[in-house]
Design a protein around this ligand. Structure first.
Ligand SMILES: CC(C)(COP(=O)(O)OP(=O)(O)OC[C@H]1O[C@@H](n2cnc3c(N)ncnc32)[C@H](O)[C@@H]1OP(=O)(O)O)[C@@H](O)C(=O)NCCC(=O)NCCS
Length: 176
């Protein structure tokens, strides 16, 4: 069972260990960081902008991190990816390499769409932007209904393979 626990000070050391090695370092952090930088970035800067940050638990064991945000709260990125006022962004990583490639990521993304992002009353689409080389992430998102919409070069000079998932139509059938 997947659960999302709001990120707090007690998770900083765990986040640091996850972001210092393996696939999370390669594809998410991209460079080594410090606990103080993590504290500043995740507990202060992101919260101020409205990004929601979570530790992901699998059967009550912390295994990764997920964040989501209204893309229009980041105007430069919003115009870069061509997002609208009802588009949300999501980023995640599994922090333990022994849990990667076993279907857990697909379950996390599906749960986040249903329980977090599309639970927002104004949410219509969710966008993600993995590296075009990150074929595992791309496949994971495809399995959750995301489709490629464009490729952009982000401010850090890295290409992003922008993919979008639409909120499922929840219109009820007329009463019989
Ligand atoms: C991206 C991530 C969350 C996906 O979670 P996961 O549990 O590893 O993914 P899943 O096992 O659910 O699905 C992976 C799919 O990719 C496939 N895959 C794996 N490596 C692949 C490759 N090199 N090329 C193509 N497909 C690949 C798997 O076979 C599987 O598809 P299938 O079920 O159709 O066989 C996880 O790998 C991760 O955290 N990676 C490090 C950080 C990262 O990349 N974050 C995303 C940044 S946007």
């Amino acid at each position: 069972m997947i659960t999302f626990v709001p990120l707090d000070e007690s998770h900083v050391s765990l986040m640091h260990s996850w972001l210092s090695a393996g696939e999370a370092l390669r594809w998410y952090a991209r460079q080594l960081t410090t606990e103080e930088s993590i504290r500043q970035k995740y507990l202060i800067t992101k919260l101020r902008t409205g990004t929601r940050c979570f530790i992901v638990q699998y059967d009550q064991e912390p295994i990764g991190y997920l964040q989501y945000y209204r893309i229009s709260d980041y105007p430069r990125y919003c115009s870069l990816v061509g997002a609208g006022p009802h588009d949300y962004g999501m980023d995640l990583f599994i922090g333990r390499d022994d849990r990667i490639g076993r279907g857990v990521g697909t379950r996390i993304v599906a749960a986040a769409l249903k329980e977090l992002i599309f639970a927002q009353a104004n949410a219509e689409r969710c966008l993600v932007g993995p590296s075009p080389e990150n074929q595992r992430a791309i496949r994971c998102f495809e399995k959750c209904g995301f489709r490629h919409v464009r490729t952009v070069v982000a401010n850090d000079g890295e290409e992003e393979h922008i993919m979008a998932a639409e909120k499922p139509n929840q219109t009820l059938p007329p009463p019989s």
